[in-house]
Design a protein around this ligand. Structure first.
Ligand code: TPP
Ligand code: MG
Length: 676
């Protein structure tokens, strides 16, 4: 059972000097629209017209109406799964919301997102979210972008009491506080996270009290009192606009319905408790105040209710009559159009740079060309990153654009996504690529899907980059090759350059892309010698493999540190009269299967090499692609070379044995060459 003592604080009248009778009437109108929307949505769900699930905000309407009234139209809003009220109060079109809930093409997300992903970028509604807590991380990024844009806009991230126990709450609060971001953290404490009472899983006296730990103001308010919400958000907005940073507001409230429309959970709340809270109905409380203020009488209220009912019926009838989306339209939403790139790659020339310096040069040139390019990561600023990839950028472009972050991978990565949504091009460094596992929500659930699930308008130009791979004895948690985790996620591109030339050109391409790119580097390549790299800015079209070494007897497809080893194997076998064609795909996704297939049609044999464990590696994808498209040309099954089914060992000798080397590759080549 919930803590009923909180009721003692409710019902106390609060006064806002800024709100006149007409404001109260307008807010009541908004709250009635929210309530009717939710009531009808639930009925439509039960009738099978709305599918999946949706989360009603009945009982919580004062929060949406009060908070959004204190914001300016240009301020941004991020919400969560229970977001209908927030989007309606921020001005979203109810017809398009219903259409989305019905999965229609005219819905806010083209029918591809549903209730949990409604966004309206024209109104700075940056999206509801199906991942509890994600809006806080995204909010830090959106707030950072607006701060850097210098336009005076601020934003709000709504989340629940349950979300306050996610790590992202703490990471985002800390980040927003240290960077003084114009962001309001608004916790709707409806006292339950699904079936679990908040007080049973939440330490401390209140969620608001946690603000002390981050040195920002925090207050707990009556969330069923429109004016209390308005006042608190207005105070927080004034602070944010004045450059004084974030505020945490915790509003006590109660949801009247079950957790979701789909939920058919055993009872976990008493009917007494539910009835008590219904006695604090935010709509009726505002109705009474509005009547007392003289802006409405009883008949006027009934008229308002009827007006809202008519609007909602018309909206849902309109929505019902819309068409379903087509699969072609859905496919077009996955990735943004590619920006115009240099179609022909420049000649390498005589100037030489290391792999590392080539990437640094791509950062510097991209930052010079576009002031919206920013770099985020642990130690990327003052010391230029622990491997030195961002060396010199801090001095040249300043601390606003080259930002040393807290050790908060979840916040850094979601911050990058949020900043990208509001105009930045963000490079996010994972100090060691293994730490990307703490960034997975941002990359996989947010960046990869934002354009698709939020209606095609979200732009997410973020490069998630870092050094993967073994070879310098950093053991199991600092040496993995994780490309397949990303290659299997629609909406992501995965680049893996093996040469300095490709590293510079592909990094420039990645930064120019309007969609998210996972950019894999390799620690051993950082140690490599200088190679020819053009001085001028250039890009490389992703999805174009490079034939690194021509040959006629067997095709070897290799990436990153394996390219050099494949060349060594080819050199050895050449002495035995075997001619090897080595292909570096350069980008794992998009993958240039055409070049690989054409090569196999010439050589009739293929070996695929990667450093990641063989089982489940992307070598299987290439082998299958060759089998599908060049089966009739094959003289032997495609061979794969990868690491064994083992975490990367620390011991020097074992680590060397773990990584495929030229002998392993040569052995595999011989096995396919001498087969027939
Ligand atoms: C990261 C994550 N964990 C779990 C869930 C499943 N889930 C959806 S809503 C919810 C409860 C959230 O509670 P709260 O944050 O208080 O929001 P409320 O539903 O009460 O509005 C849970 C557990 C999820 N969507 N995302
Ligand atoms: Mg809750």
């Amino acid at each position: 059972m919930a803590d009923i003592s909180v009721l003692n604080d409710l019902g106390k009248p609060t006064q806002s000097n800024r709100l006149g009778p007409q404001d109260l009437r307008d807010a009541l109108h908004v709250m009635l629209r929210i309530r009717r929307f939710e009531v009808r949505a639930k009925e439509l769900f039960l009738a099978g017209i709305i599918k999946g699930t949706a989360h009603s905000s009945v009982g919580q309407e004062a929060i949406a109406a009060g908070a959004c009234r204190a914001l300016e139209p240009d301020d941004f809003l991020l919400t969560h799964h229970r977001g209908h009220g927030h989007t309606i109060a921020k001005g979203a079109d109810i017809r398009r919301m219903f259409a989305e809930l019905m999965g229609k093409a005219e819905g806010y997300c083209g029918g591809l997102g549903g209730s949990m992903h409604i966004a309206d970028f024209d109104r700075n509604i940056l999206g509801a979210n199906g991942i509890v807590g994600a809006g806080m991380g995204l909010g830090t990024g959106a707030a950072l972008a607006e701060k850097l844009n210098g336009n005076g806009h601020i934003g709000i991230s709504f989340f629940g009491d349950g979300a306050a126990n996610e790590g992202i709450f703490h990471e985002a609060m800390n980040l927003a506080a240290v960077w003084n971001l114009p962001l309001i953290f608004f916790c709707e404490n409806n006292q339950y996270g699904l079936s679990t009472p908040s007080r049973a899983v939440t330490a401390g006296t209140s969620i608001a009290a946690r603000s002390d730990a981050y040195g920002v103001p925090g207050e707990r308010i009556d969330g069923n009192d429109f004016s209390a919400v308005f006042d608190a958000v207005e105070r927080a907005a004034l602070r944010a606009r004045a450059g004084d940073g974030p505020t945490l507001i915790e509003a006590l409230t109660y949801r009247w319905d079950d957790h979701s429309m789909r939920a058919n959970l055993p009872s976990y709340r008493t009917s007494d408790e539910e009835d008590d809270w219904k006695g604090f109905d935010p709509v009726l409380r505002l109705r009474d105040r509005t009547i007392a203020a003289g802006a409405l009488d009883g008949a006027g209220y009934d008229g308002l209710v009827t007006e809202v009912e008519t609007e909602i019926e018309e909206a849902l009838e309109w929505a019902k009559n819309q068409a379903d989306p087509s699969i072609d339209a859905a496919m077009a939403m996955v990735a943004p159009p590619r920006p115009a790139l240099h179609l022909s790659e420049p000649l390498p020339g005589d100037r030489r740079l290391t792999y590392k310096a080539a990437i640094t040069e791509a950062f510097a040139q991209s930052m010079e060309r576009d002031e919206n390019v920013i770099v985020l990561g642990e130690d990327v600023g003052r010391i230029g990153g622990i491997f030195g990839l961002t060396e010199g950028l801090f001095e040249r472009f300043g601390p606003e654009r080259v930002r040393d972050t807290p050790i908060s991978e979840g916040a850094i990565a979601t911050c990058g996504v949020g900043a990208a949504m509001l105009g930045k091009r963000v490079v996010v460094e994972a100090q060691l690529w293994d730490f990307v596992t703490l960034m997975m929500d941002a990359i996989v659930n947010q960046a990869a899907k934002a354009r698709f699930m939020l209606g095609g308008k979200a732009r997410v130009p973020v490069v998630f980059r870092g050094p993967q791979g073994a070879g310098i004895r950093l053991a199991a948690q600092h040496c993995q090759s994780l490309e397949t985790l990303f290659a299997n996620v629609p909406g992501l591109e995965v680049y893996a350059p093996a040469s300095a030339y490709d590293a510079k050109g592909l990094m420039a391409t990645a930064i120019q892309s309007d969609g998210p790119v996972v950019f894999l580097e390799h620690k051993l390549l950082y140690l490599g010698a200088e190679q020819p790299v053009p001085e001028a800015f250039y890009t490389i079209e992703p999805g174009r493999a490079r034939i690194v070494r021509p040959g006629s007897h067997c095709t070897v497809v290799a990436t990153l540190a394996m390219v050099e080893r494949a060349i060594q194997a080819a050199d050895r076998l050449e002495k035995k009269g075997i001619s090897i064609e080595v292909i570096d795909p350069r980008t794992i996704k998009p993958l240039d299967m055409a070049t690989i297939v054409a090569s196999v049609q010439k050589t009739n044999r293929a070996v695929v090499v990667h450093e990641a464990p063989q089982f489940g590696g992307f070598g299987g994808e290439i082998a299958a692609g060759i089998m599908e498209r060049a089966f009739d040309w094959l003289d032997a099954p495609v061979a794969r070379v990868g690491a064994p089914e083992m975490p990367v060992p620390y011991n020097d000798r074992l680590e060397r044995a773990y990584m495929p080397d030229a002998s392993d590759i040569a052995h595999a080549i011989e096995s396919v060459c001498y087969r027939s």
